[in-house]
Design a binder for this molecule. Structure first.
Ligand SMILES: Nc1ncnc2c1ncn2[C@@H]1O[C@H](COP(=O)(O)OP(=O)(O)OP(=O)(O)O)[C@@H](O)[C@H]1O
Ligand SMILES: CC(C)(CO)[C@@H](O)C(=O)NCCC(=O)O
Ligand SMILES: [K+]
Length: 249
Protein backbone atom coordinates (compact mmCIF):
# COMPACT_ATOMS: atom_id res chain seq x y z
CA UNK A 1 0.00 0.00 0.00
CA UNK A 2 1.03 3.58 -0.55
CA UNK A 3 1.47 6.18 2.15
CA UNK A 4 0.89 9.82 1.17
CA UNK A 5 1.96 12.72 3.39
CA UNK A 6 1.40 16.47 3.26
CA UNK A 7 3.67 17.98 5.89
CA UNK A 8 2.39 21.49 6.63
CA UNK A 9 3.54 23.99 9.21
CA UNK A 10 1.14 22.90 11.94
CA UNK A 11 -0.09 19.47 10.92
CA UNK A 12 0.79 16.42 8.90
CA UNK A 13 -2.04 15.18 6.72
CA UNK A 14 -1.68 11.47 5.88
CA UNK A 15 -3.54 8.88 3.93
CA UNK A 16 -3.00 5.33 2.80
CA UNK A 17 -3.94 4.21 -0.70
CA UNK A 18 -4.83 0.76 -1.92
CA UNK A 19 -2.04 -0.82 -4.00
CA UNK A 20 -4.08 0.24 -7.07
CA UNK A 21 -2.67 3.71 -6.29
CA UNK A 22 -6.11 5.33 -6.49
CA UNK A 23 -8.45 4.20 -3.73
CA UNK A 24 -7.91 5.92 -0.34
CA UNK A 25 -8.29 3.44 2.53
CA UNK A 26 -7.69 5.57 5.58
CA UNK A 27 -6.23 8.93 6.54
CA UNK A 28 -5.93 11.52 9.25
CA UNK A 29 -4.42 14.73 10.57
CA UNK A 30 -1.68 14.61 13.21
CA UNK A 31 0.34 17.21 15.06
CA UNK A 32 3.77 15.57 15.15
CA UNK A 33 6.06 12.96 13.62
CA UNK A 34 5.54 10.74 16.65
CA UNK A 35 1.78 10.92 16.35
CA UNK A 36 2.08 9.98 12.70
CA UNK A 37 4.24 6.94 13.48
CA UNK A 38 1.78 5.94 16.21
CA UNK A 39 -1.22 6.22 13.86
CA UNK A 40 0.52 4.08 11.26
CA UNK A 41 1.72 1.54 13.82
CA UNK A 42 -1.81 1.11 15.13
CA UNK A 43 -2.84 0.20 11.65
CA UNK A 44 -0.78 -3.02 11.24
CA UNK A 45 -3.11 -3.89 8.43
CA UNK A 46 -1.29 -1.45 6.16
CA UNK A 47 1.53 -3.17 4.39
CA UNK A 48 3.29 -0.02 3.36
CA UNK A 49 5.64 -0.40 0.45
CA UNK A 50 5.94 3.10 -0.87
CA UNK A 51 5.55 6.62 0.34
CA UNK A 52 5.21 9.91 -1.49
CA UNK A 53 5.43 13.15 0.42
CA UNK A 54 5.48 16.91 0.19
CA UNK A 55 6.83 19.11 2.92
CA UNK A 56 7.05 22.83 3.57
CA UNK A 57 9.13 22.14 6.68
CA UNK A 58 12.90 22.62 6.91
CA UNK A 59 15.06 20.06 5.06
CA UNK A 60 16.32 18.84 8.45
CA UNK A 61 12.81 18.21 9.76
CA UNK A 62 11.77 16.50 6.54
CA UNK A 63 14.90 14.32 6.42
CA UNK A 64 14.36 13.27 9.99
CA UNK A 65 10.76 12.25 9.27
CA UNK A 66 11.85 10.29 6.20
CA UNK A 67 14.52 8.46 8.22
CA UNK A 68 11.91 7.50 10.82
CA UNK A 69 9.54 6.20 8.13
CA UNK A 70 12.24 4.16 6.44
CA UNK A 71 13.38 2.72 9.79
CA UNK A 72 9.85 1.90 10.94
CA UNK A 73 8.26 0.60 7.74
CA UNK A 74 11.05 0.02 5.21
CA UNK A 75 9.18 2.14 2.67
CA UNK A 76 10.81 3.69 -0.36
CA UNK A 77 10.15 7.41 -0.27
CA UNK A 78 9.53 9.75 -3.19
CA UNK A 79 9.54 13.43 -2.33
CA UNK A 80 8.11 16.35 -4.34
CA UNK A 81 10.82 18.80 -5.44
CA UNK A 82 10.58 22.23 -7.05
CA UNK A 83 10.44 22.33 -10.86
CA UNK A 84 9.98 25.12 -13.36
CA UNK A 85 7.35 23.31 -15.39
CA UNK A 86 5.19 20.17 -15.15
CA UNK A 87 1.97 18.73 -16.61
CA UNK A 88 1.44 21.81 -18.77
CA UNK A 89 1.85 24.26 -15.87
CA UNK A 90 4.67 26.79 -15.65
CA UNK A 91 5.75 27.97 -12.20
CA UNK A 92 5.28 31.77 -12.10
CA UNK A 93 7.81 32.67 -9.40
CA UNK A 94 10.94 34.59 -10.44
CA UNK A 95 12.81 32.00 -8.38
CA UNK A 96 10.70 28.87 -8.86
CA UNK A 97 12.34 27.03 -5.96
CA UNK A 98 10.88 29.58 -3.55
CA UNK A 99 7.26 28.76 -4.31
CA UNK A 100 5.88 26.61 -1.49
CA UNK A 101 5.63 23.03 -2.69
CA UNK A 102 2.16 22.63 -1.20
CA UNK A 103 1.01 25.57 -3.33
CA UNK A 104 2.70 24.15 -6.40
CA UNK A 105 1.05 20.75 -5.99
CA UNK A 106 -2.36 22.24 -5.24
CA UNK A 107 -2.23 24.36 -8.37
CA UNK A 108 -0.98 21.45 -10.47
CA UNK A 109 -3.92 19.43 -9.16
CA UNK A 110 -6.31 22.33 -9.74
CA UNK A 111 -5.22 22.92 -13.32
CA UNK A 112 -5.48 19.20 -14.01
CA UNK A 113 -9.04 18.98 -12.62
CA UNK A 114 -10.21 22.26 -14.18
CA UNK A 115 -8.56 21.62 -17.55
CA UNK A 116 -8.51 25.41 -17.78
CA UNK A 117 -8.00 28.59 -15.81
CA UNK A 118 -8.25 28.21 -12.06
CA UNK A 119 -7.95 30.03 -8.77
CA UNK A 120 -6.70 27.85 -5.91
CA UNK A 121 -7.39 29.05 -2.36
CA UNK A 122 -5.79 27.12 0.49
CA UNK A 123 -6.85 27.75 4.09
CA UNK A 124 -4.25 26.34 6.44
CA UNK A 125 -1.86 27.91 8.92
CA UNK A 126 -1.36 30.47 6.18
CA UNK A 127 -3.95 31.31 3.53
CA UNK A 128 -2.71 31.24 -0.04
CA UNK A 129 -4.21 32.15 -3.41
CA UNK A 130 -2.72 31.02 -6.72
CA UNK A 131 -3.78 31.95 -10.24
CA UNK A 132 -3.28 29.65 -13.22
CA UNK A 133 -4.34 30.84 -16.69
CA UNK A 134 -5.95 28.58 -19.29
CA UNK A 135 -2.60 28.13 -21.07
CA UNK A 136 -1.02 26.78 -17.86
CA UNK A 137 0.86 29.95 -16.97
CA UNK A 138 0.96 30.37 -13.18
CA UNK A 139 0.53 34.12 -12.66
CA UNK A 140 1.66 34.02 -9.02
CA UNK A 141 -0.41 34.44 -5.88
CA UNK A 142 -0.86 35.83 -2.41
CA UNK A 143 -0.02 34.70 1.12
CA UNK A 144 -1.66 35.95 4.30
CA UNK A 145 -2.15 34.66 7.84
CA UNK A 146 -4.74 31.93 8.31
CA UNK A 147 -7.46 31.92 10.95
CA UNK A 148 -5.27 30.32 13.65
CA UNK A 149 -2.48 32.88 13.12
CA UNK A 150 -4.86 35.86 13.06
CA UNK A 151 -6.56 34.92 16.30
CA UNK A 152 -3.35 33.94 18.06
CA UNK A 153 -1.60 37.18 17.11
CA UNK A 154 -4.47 39.12 18.67
CA UNK A 155 -4.38 36.99 21.79
CA UNK A 156 -0.61 37.24 22.07
CA UNK A 157 -0.21 40.96 21.46
CA UNK A 158 -3.12 42.37 23.43
CA UNK A 159 -3.62 42.07 27.17
CA UNK A 160 -7.38 41.88 27.30
CA UNK A 161 -8.22 39.58 24.42
CA UNK A 162 -8.60 36.24 26.13
CA UNK A 163 -11.12 33.48 25.48
CA UNK A 164 -11.27 29.75 25.16
CA UNK A 165 -11.62 27.74 21.99
CA UNK A 166 -15.00 26.29 22.89
CA UNK A 167 -16.53 29.77 22.86
CA UNK A 168 -14.82 30.44 19.53
CA UNK A 169 -16.86 27.80 17.77
CA UNK A 170 -20.15 29.18 19.06
CA UNK A 171 -19.17 32.67 17.92
CA UNK A 172 -19.35 31.54 14.31
CA UNK A 173 -23.06 30.87 14.42
CA UNK A 174 -23.64 34.42 13.19
CA UNK A 175 -21.72 37.31 11.61
CA UNK A 176 -23.58 40.06 13.45
CA UNK A 177 -21.40 42.65 15.25
CA UNK A 178 -19.90 40.90 18.28
CA UNK A 179 -21.28 41.55 21.74
CA UNK A 180 -18.38 39.85 23.51
CA UNK A 181 -14.63 39.69 22.90
CA UNK A 182 -14.79 36.22 21.48
CA UNK A 183 -17.56 37.16 19.05
CA UNK A 184 -15.86 40.40 18.04
CA UNK A 185 -12.53 38.69 17.30
CA UNK A 186 -13.82 35.52 15.70
CA UNK A 187 -16.29 37.32 13.46
CA UNK A 188 -13.80 40.08 12.66
CA UNK A 189 -11.21 37.54 11.49
CA UNK A 190 -13.90 35.66 9.57
CA UNK A 191 -14.84 38.85 7.72
CA UNK A 192 -11.17 39.42 6.83
CA UNK A 193 -11.05 35.90 5.47
CA UNK A 194 -14.20 36.42 3.41
CA UNK A 195 -13.01 39.81 2.20
CA UNK A 196 -9.77 38.20 1.04
CA UNK A 197 -11.69 35.55 -0.87
CA UNK A 198 -13.99 38.07 -2.56
CA UNK A 199 -11.00 40.16 -3.65
CA UNK A 200 -9.37 37.10 -5.22
CA UNK A 201 -12.60 36.37 -7.09
CA UNK A 202 -12.70 39.94 -8.39
CA UNK A 203 -9.16 39.64 -9.67
CA UNK A 204 -9.80 36.29 -11.34
CA UNK A 205 -12.93 37.76 -12.97
CA UNK A 206 -10.86 40.70 -14.23
CA UNK A 207 -8.42 38.25 -15.85
CA UNK A 208 -10.76 35.59 -17.16
CA UNK A 209 -14.36 36.84 -17.04
CA UNK A 210 -16.49 33.96 -15.83
CA UNK A 211 -14.32 31.29 -17.34
CA UNK A 212 -12.40 29.80 -14.43
CA UNK A 213 -12.81 27.24 -11.66
CA UNK A 214 -12.32 28.11 -7.98
CA UNK A 215 -10.87 25.44 -5.71
CA UNK A 216 -11.04 25.62 -1.93
CA UNK A 217 -8.72 23.41 0.07
CA UNK A 218 -7.01 23.26 3.49
CA UNK A 219 -8.39 22.65 6.95
CA UNK A 220 -10.44 25.85 7.14
CA UNK A 221 -11.94 25.76 3.61
CA UNK A 222 -15.42 25.19 5.01
CA UNK A 223 -15.30 28.62 6.70
CA UNK A 224 -15.63 30.35 3.33
CA UNK A 225 -17.44 27.83 1.15
CA UNK A 226 -20.63 29.88 1.72
CA UNK A 227 -19.19 32.95 -0.04
CA UNK A 228 -18.21 30.99 -3.15
CA UNK A 229 -21.16 28.69 -3.81
CA UNK A 230 -19.74 27.62 -7.17
CA UNK A 231 -16.35 26.66 -5.79
CA UNK A 232 -15.16 23.10 -5.74
CA UNK A 233 -14.16 22.13 -2.21
CA UNK A 234 -11.35 19.61 -2.67
CA UNK A 235 -9.75 18.84 0.69
CA UNK A 236 -7.14 16.55 -0.90
CA UNK A 237 -6.08 18.86 -3.75
CA UNK A 238 -2.43 18.74 -2.61
CA UNK A 239 -2.60 14.95 -2.88
CA UNK A 240 -3.95 15.21 -6.44
CA UNK A 241 -0.84 17.22 -7.36
CA UNK A 242 1.41 14.95 -5.30
CA UNK A 243 0.39 11.92 -7.34
CA UNK A 244 1.25 13.87 -10.49
CA UNK A 245 4.64 15.04 -9.19
CA UNK A 246 5.63 11.68 -7.69
CA UNK A 247 4.30 8.92 -9.93
CA UNK A 248 5.14 5.55 -8.41
CA UNK A 249 6.56 3.15 -10.92
N1 LIG B 1 -7.46 15.69 14.42
C1 LIG B 1 -7.16 16.87 13.90
N2 LIG B 1 -6.16 17.60 14.42
C2 LIG B 1 -5.85 18.80 13.90
N3 LIG B 1 -6.46 19.32 12.84
C3 LIG B 1 -7.47 18.65 12.28
C4 LIG B 1 -7.86 17.38 12.76
N4 LIG B 1 -8.85 16.94 11.98
C5 LIG B 1 -9.08 17.87 11.06
N5 LIG B 1 -8.26 18.91 11.23
C6 LIG B 1 -8.24 20.07 10.38
O1 LIG B 1 -7.11 20.00 9.53
C7 LIG B 1 -6.51 21.26 9.44
C8 LIG B 1 -5.04 21.08 9.22
O2 LIG B 1 -4.87 21.25 7.85
P1 LIG B 1 -4.27 22.58 7.33
O3 LIG B 1 -4.59 22.65 5.91
O4 LIG B 1 -4.78 23.68 8.20
O5 LIG B 1 -2.75 22.29 7.57
P2 LIG B 1 -1.66 23.14 8.33
O6 LIG B 1 -0.52 22.23 8.54
O7 LIG B 1 -2.19 23.84 9.53
O8 LIG B 1 -1.38 24.28 7.34
P3 LIG B 1 -0.44 24.31 6.12
O9 LIG B 1 -0.52 22.98 5.43
O10 LIG B 1 -1.02 25.43 5.32
O11 LIG B 1 0.90 24.63 6.68
C9 LIG B 1 -6.84 22.00 10.73
O12 LIG B 1 -7.04 23.39 10.44
C10 LIG B 1 -8.15 21.38 11.17
O13 LIG B 1 -9.26 22.17 10.78
C1 LIG C 1 2.86 29.76 2.38
C2 LIG C 1 3.00 28.37 3.00
C3 LIG C 1 3.43 28.50 4.46
C4 LIG C 1 1.60 27.72 2.95
O1 LIG C 1 1.64 26.46 3.52
C5 LIG C 1 3.99 27.49 2.19
O2 LIG C 1 3.55 27.34 0.89
C6 LIG C 1 5.39 28.07 2.18
O3 LIG C 1 6.11 27.95 3.13
N1 LIG C 1 5.77 28.73 1.04
C7 LIG C 1 7.07 29.32 0.84
C8 LIG C 1 6.96 30.77 0.50
C9 LIG C 1 6.24 31.04 -0.81
O4 LIG C 1 5.44 30.22 -1.28
O5 LIG C 1 6.51 32.11 -1.38
K1 LIG D 1 -1.36 23.53 3.04
Amino acid sequence: MILELDCGNSFIKWRVLHPDGVTPLEGGVVGSDNDLLASLNNADKFQLKKCRLVSVRTPEETDSLITSLVDAFGVSVSRAVPVREMAGVRNGYDDYERLGLDRWLALLGGFHLAAGACLVLDFGTAITADFVAADGEHLGGFICPGMPLMRNQLRTHTRRIRYDDMAAERAHESLAPGRSTVEAVERGCMLMLRGFVLTQLELATEYWGGDFVVFLTGGDANLVSGVVPDARVVPDLVFVGLAMACPLS
